[in-house]
Ligand binder design. Structure first.
Ligand code: 5GP
Length: 144
């Protein structure tokens, strides 16, 4: 949730602009939020994932687009995709701003991808290190 907030806000507005450009009049897009916590140290997930704030509405019969900040090992998304499937959505697609393929542990289909990056820890534009740097208007590599 926190890692995606800036990117989500920009994407939501771009979807709205796209709808206007395409002349789509029916507007049934809704925005929902879900927070996942994955245990591990500050730069690496263990794959043990917990939902710490769940959706407030059912997704049954809805077309769901997950907006993720970064797919690293893929363990977090694997958990979420499996969990959402049990809620009977009409479809689920994944949109991720970043992907680090070098660290893949679980292969995940990313339907819409912004950028592929090297195996580096990045911060800014929502992404943090120990809750810091989220407010930066750009993405950068955190130097040790
Ligand atoms: P995965 O389960 O795919 O290994 O990890 C996904 C989560 O780990 C992301 O949603 C993000 O919160 C965090 N993460 C992975 N790589 C980075 C990174 O380079 N920088 C930051 N700030 N978080 C990362």
């Amino acid at each position: 949730l926190k890692g995606s907030f800036m990117w989500f806000a920009d994407l939501a507005r771009a979807i709205h602009d796209g709808q206007k450009t395409l002349g789509l009049r029916r507007d049934n897009v809704t925005c929902e939020f879900l927070a996942l916590q994955s245990y591990g140290d500050e730069t690496q997930t263990s794959g043990v994932v917990q939902i710490v704030a769940d959706l407030t509405r059912p997704v049954e019969g809805r077309h769901v687009l997950i907006v993720e900040d970064i797919v690293d090992t893929g363990l977090t998304m694997a958990y979420l995709l499996e969990n959402l499937a049990t809620r009977r959505p009409a479809s689920v697609k994944l949109c991720s701003l970043l992907h680090k393929p070098a660290r893949t542990k679980k292969q995940i289909k990313i339907d819409y991808l912004g950028f592929t990056i090297d195996d580096l820890f990045v911060v800014g534009y929502g992404l943090d290190y120990a809750q810091r740097y989220r407010h930066l208007p750009m993405i950068g590599v955190l130097e040790p």
